[in-house]
Design a protein around this ligand. Structure first.
Ligand SMILES: [Zn+2]
Length: 188
């Protein structure tokens, strides 16, 4: 994140950035979560920290109001890695995936932001990538119908599958299969 993006998050009390970064106030030596409802400090008095450790090291104390220190038990990297693990495992089972991710304790936009911040890609893009990779394998190695493959790898509709497949490979699933699937008799 740039300093401008951080400033925007702080001035909007945007809680989806909580634990992605922290901000301290130079004059008071107190640090906060971006979502802290305390009075907005002057921009020039703000200093940003990536972690609680960093803030403490710089001599800042946690704010009594937003208690940024209470976020420490869930380091961002751990959350991001957990989400990735679940995406790898459940990319083709939407309900199961939602359930498992819910158990981490972060959902919705915040989950998306943590993942994106850490891996540079949204969870959706990532699991679509996994789905397409799996579909490619099945197109080449099986004679399964394309519609069955589409649902099997987790797409909710055939048209969504076609759109994303084409975006990733520049080919339709049928063309992709035809181009790679020499040994197996083709099917419509
Ligand atoms: Zn605070």
């Amino acid at each position: 994140m740039t300093a401008d993006q951080k400033w925007k998050a702080v001035s909007e009390n945007d809680e989806q950035y909580d634990s992605i970064f922290f901000y301290g106030v130079k004059s008071t030596k107190i640090f906060c979560r971006p979502s802290c409802k305390s009075k907005l400090p002057l921009k020039r008095n703000i200093v940003y920290f990536d972690s609680i450790k960093q803030a403490v090291k710089a001599g800042h104390r946690p704010c009594k109001r937003c208690r940024p220190d209470l976020l420490e038990y869930q380091p961002i990297r751990e959350i991001a890695e957990k989400i990735k693990l679940l995406l790898n495992r459940y990319f083709n089972q939407e309900n199961e995936l939602a359930k498992e991710i819910g158990q981490i304790g972060v959902t919705g936009r915040r989950m998306v932001n943590i993942f994106k911040e850490y891996y540079g890609i949204t969870p959706k893009k990532y699991y679509n990538y996994l789905r397409i990779e799996e579909a490619k394998k099945q197109l080449i190695n099986t004679n399964d119908k394309i519609i069955d493959i589409a649902y099997g790898v987790g797409f909710a509709s055939l048209s969504a599958f076609y759109t994303i497949f084409k975006k990733n490979t520049n080919l339709s699933p049928a063309k992709y299969r035809k181009g790679n699937n020499h040994g197996i008799r083709s099917e419509n």
